[in-house]
Design a protein around this ligand. Structure first.
Ligand code: NAP
Ligand code: G4F
Length: 330
């Protein structure tokens, strides 16, 4: 039985990856940071199948212990301060967690189990003010946020450990990927949650920032397969994972609102609070290398993804509203 250590298992990707690896028969160790209120929402359904280890990305001793306990064949570093907008008000925290702590993870692996295969969650946000359309593995980086800058560090330190210590370290340059488990502050989920609340009469407007930004949005469940595939190859390498399509936030609104028979222009309000100090205007990835070498391809289209998210948010919001009504009557 192979074993895997996942840092960031409580997040969107960590939860899908854990499901995927459990299905493949892996022993899955999940590293989570201690919090006063535990956050198992995304992994509640598989919580008992996971070996839990307490650890924080900023604390090397805890990472060394996590690698020692799990003795992993594969290590997936998905943990990060992952919200771009939060990286301006918290640039140092973002740098500590999203950049420097990648070295902590790599050091823990190098010291305790240097033969383990390592996956680093790099990001299309590194392309920022894009130097080439579409973006591929060789496109130069031009990050536009403290988060993007931090991810560039994480990417290069992973390449450096591969080249310096002969470690099997891969960097997956993943374009935006979403799901019903996406955090509520990210634009896709903010929109699908807003659509559900508006449709059910619980909200009458949705406040957003820049509607012209374009992203290459895929389904997280498809993308975790690519992470695993990278670690099954004969040689470590870096890969772009994307859908090769781009859509604006405005198109996202059209798809989500029209699905429930509404017109987004009746509800959306532009709020300068959500406009960023520097924007990434356009992302679209060329994932031909991953298609060719990994045999990876996306299964869920953009429209299917957004409809899936609206459906799940309608169910959840309706259940929450019913519960609130029962509580109010009791
Ligand atoms: P996410 O939902 O925000 O999950 C982040 C995870 O990191 C959570 O489990 C979080 O734990 C954990 N974490 C944060 N700080 C930590 C710390 N100091 N120590 C230990 N764990 C910590 O992110 P995601 O969307 O799944 O993305 C996974 C990774 O891929 C991230 O590195 C992200 O930057 C990168 N990425 C994401 C996308 C995308 O579109 N989703 C695209 C490219 C790259 P808590 O639950 O305790 O907060
Ligand atoms: O959903 P977003 O917050 O995602 P963003 O900034 O593209 O970052 C995500 O994808 C990256 C990969 O490229 C990951 F590395 C990163 O961890 C994260 O998962 O914003 C998408 C776009 C932006 O252009 C933003 O300005 O939507 C625009 N937007 C417009 N109004 C908004 C809003 N974004 C948010 N979050 N909230 C708004 O109200």
């Amino acid at each position: 039985m192979k074993s895997a250590l996942i840092a960031g298992i409580t997040g969107q990707d960590g939860s899908y990856l854990a499901e995927f690896l459990l299905d493949k028969g892996y022993k899955v160790y999940g590293m989570r940071r201690r919090t006063s209120t535990p956050n198992y929402e995304n992994v509640q359904h598989i919580k008992d199948q996971i070996e839990w280890i307490s650890g924080d990305l900023t604390d090397l001793a805890s990472l060394i212990e996590a690698v020692r306990i799990s003795d992993p064949d594969e290590v997936y570093n998905l943990a990060a301060q992952s919200y771009v907008a939060a990286s301006w008000p918290q640039p140092i925290l973002t740098g500590n967690i999203t950049a420097l702590s990648v070295t902590n993870m790599l050091e823990a692996v190098r010291i305790v189990k240097p033969t383990a295969r390592f996956y680093q969650a790099s990001s299309s946000e590194m392309f920022g003010k894009v130097m080439e359309i579409p973006q591929k593995e060789t496109t130069p980086f031009y990050p536009r946020s403290p988060y993007g800058v931090a991810k560039v560090y994480g990417h290069w330190i992973t390449v450096n450990y591969r080249e310096s210590f002969d470690m099997f370290a891969c960097s997956g340059i993943l374009f935006n990927h979403e799901s019903p488990r996406r955090g509520l502050e990210f634009v896709t989920r903010k929109v699908t949650d807003g659509v559900a609340r508006i449709k059910l009469g619980l909200q009458n407007e949705l406040r957003l920032g820049n509607l012209d930004a374009q992203r290459d949005w895929g389904f997280a469940g498809d993308y975790v397969k690519a992470m695993w595939l990278m670690l099954q190859q004969n040689e470590p390498d870096d890969y772009v994972i994307s859908t090769e399509e781009t859509h604006s936030v405005r198109e996202l609104l059209e798809v989500a609102f029209s699905y429930v028979g509404l017109n987004y222009t009746d509800y959306v309000v532009i709020d300068p609070k959500f406009v960023r100090p520097a924007e990434v205007d356009l992302l679209i990835g060329d994932c031909s290398k991953a298609k060719k070498k990994l045999g990876w391809k996306q299964e869920v289209s953009f429209v299917q993804l957004i409809r899936m998210m609206v459906d799940e948010d309608l169910k959840r919001v309706q259940a929450e509203a019913r519960y609130m009504n029962v509580m109010a009557l009791s």
